[in-house]
Every structure is written in structure tokens, then in C-alpha cells.
Design a protein around this ligand. Structure first.
Ligand code: TMP
Length: 214
């Protein structure tokens, strides 16, 4: 089973990731936490380029290909072997992030992005995608507090430095994707408290597990 978490900056994904795996492990599932970009040794190098504010000269197309390269490596080295071993894989971001950020927000051709996804994913689709949705003003405030508290380093802040309008487009992009695939997506109100968000997430996961197991 593949579960993906998506959302704009400051949507609280990291906190929820740990709670999701704790819940699944309590149910006797073997769980693997992973993320994009940067889960593999090669991916870590790609992540450093992508998130460094000094990469401000990166073109949108180069950015798209770096995310695709990270994903190809992530799939080959981590996701596919773990799924084959019967693990539940929980990924902090996956291909929907490319459609939302590089497609809807940067304005790259959605058909080109879809073609790259076909090539990289080879038909793999998450069983469940949890979209933590909240207004960008709230998300960015949280993300900037995390930077100030040192929970996230400045050399990973390239996207936090994007204008509010960019994050609005990302949010709308994600919501469009969720509208298009209501079976796969579960939209969660991330303005709720972390505990309330966890409750919603775990309910969605349990529903999905019950459906998969018949
Ligand atoms: P994060 O690891 O804190 O979520 O940071 C990853 C950043 O990369 C975040 O700003 C979203 C962005 N991103 C894209 O623009 N496209 C993608 O395909 C992915 C996976 C992430």
C-alpha cells in the first residue's frame, strides 16, 4: 500500500507522518517513511540543489527534471522494493507535488508533466493521497516560524521565499487535483489542531484499509 501526504508549506506534514506510521505499526503493518525530494543518497544531493535559495537561477524546466530525477531514483531504490516486500510506504510528497508546484504554480505544460509521470511512475498510483489544506497566509506563517526556531535550515528555504501568490496557485492546483480524483484524495482541513488533523487522517487511512481488505 502506498500513502502520500501533500500540502503547501507549513501544512504540518512532518508531525503527521510520525503519527501515521505509529498507528499503522500498532495495527501490525510494516511501515516505511519516505519523502520527496531527497530520500536516497543521490536524492539528497538533488534536494540540496532544489531547496537552496542560492539556486534562484534554476529554470522551471530544469527544476521539473530535477524533481523527476529524484523521483525516478526514489522509486527504483526505495518505493518499489518496499512495496514488493509488502511494506506500507508513506511518502511525504510524491508526483502530485510536481503537478501542483511546477505545473499549476510555475505554469509548465501539464501535458508534458503528465508524460514525464507516465515515464517515471510506470502506472504506479498511490492508494490514498492525504491533502493537508490550509490558506497560504497561515501555512507560510508557520513555515517562517519553523525557520526562525531552527526546525528547518535557511539553506532549504527556496520555496518559502516565493510570493504568496505562488503558494495560492499551488493550493488551488492541489484542490483541482483532489476534485479530479476524489476516490484517491482525502482533503483534510489543516487549520485544525494537530490532534484533530491526526484524527481525520487516521479515520481516512482506516477506511481505505477496510476497503482494500474487502
Ligand atoms: P519539503 O521536503 O519541506 O516538503 O520541501 C520540498 C519542497 O519542494 C516544497 O517546497 C515543495 C517542493 N516540491 C516541488 O516543487 N515539486 C515536487 O515535485 C516536490 C516533490 C516538491
Amino acid at each position: 500500500m502506498l500513502i502520500t501526504l501533500e500540502g503547501i508549506e507549513g501544512s504540518g506534514k512532518s508531525t503527521q507522518m510520525k503519527r501515521i506510521t505509529a498507528h499503522l505499526e500498532k495495527k501490525g503493518k510494516r511501515c516505511v517513511i519516505t519523502r520527496e525530494p531527497g530520500d536516497t543518497p543521490i536524492g539528497k544531493k538533488i534536494r540540496a540543489i532544489l531547496l537552496d535559495p542560492e539556486s534562484c537561477g534554476l529554470t522551471s524546466l530544469a527544476e521539473l527534471f530535477l524533481y523527476a530525477a529524484d523521483r525516478a531514483q526514489h522509486l527504483g531504490e526505495r518505493v518499489l522494493p518496499c512495496l514488493a516486500a509488502g511494506d506500507v510506504v508513506v511518502s511525504d510528497r510524491f508526483f502530485d507535488a510536481t503537478t501542483a508546484y511546477q505545473g499549476y504554480a510555475r505554469g509548465l505544460d501539464l501535458e508534458v508533466i503528465e508524460t514525464i509521470h507516465t515515464l517515471v511512475l510506470k502506472g504506479l498510483r498511490p492508494d490514498l493521497t492525504l491533502l493537508l489544506d490550509l490558506p497560504p497566509e497561515v501555512g507560510l506563517k508557520r513555515a517562517i516560524s519553523a525557520l526562525e526556531a531552527g526546525d528547518r535550515t535557511v539553506d532549504e528555504s527556496r520555496f518559502e521565499q516565493e510570493a504568496l501568490a505562488f503558494h495560492e496557485k499551488v493550493r488551488k492546483g492541489y484542490l483541482t487535483l483532489a476534485d479530479r480524483e476524489p476516490e484517491r484524495f482525502e482533503v483534510i482541513d489543516a487549520t485544525l489542531s494537530a490532534d484533530e488533523v491526526t484524527e481525520e487522517i487516521l479515520r481516512a487511512i482506516d477506511d481505505r484499509l477496510a476497503r482494500i481488505n474487502g
